[in-house]
Design a protein around this ligand. Structure first.
Ligand code: FES
Length: 106
């Protein structure tokens, strides 16, 4: 059964920024989009680029390797050369902390 993992305090993650955490070997990028938190796997489905180090525009992250765009809210691939979504994870704020869960294997 997956468990919630604390990423940081809500105040540490300003709007328009992200933080990557290792959850049992999975790199998960947590984003603050205008005060709402979202989490996707920090892996581009084109060729494994680290998405969080790309440019964030609104709720879209641009892969720094070849420019594919992903929706941070859903993980959906929005442009070539990526066609498959990256994984999306549940996020919550609990006691002032941002928490994420890798629930893929439940
Ligand atoms: S690795 Fe992300 S677009 Fe190629």
């Amino acid at each position: 059964m997956a468990e919630w993992v604390t990423v940081c305090t809500a105040g540490e993650l300003s709007p328009g920024t992200s933080k990557v955490v290792d959850v049992d070997g999975a790199l998960i990028a947590v984003f603050n989009i205008e005060g709402e938190f979202f989490a996707i796997e920090d892996v581009c489905t084109h060729d494994g680029g680290e998405l969080a180090s790309g440019t964030l525009i609104g709720d879209q992250i641009i892969c720094p390797r070849h420019g594919a765009k992903f929706c941070v809210r859903t993980g959906e691939a929005l442009s070539a050369p990526a066609y498959e979504p990256t994984a999306r994870f549940p996020v919550r704020v609990q006691g002032g902390n941002v928490q994420v869960m890798d629930d893929r294997w439940d």
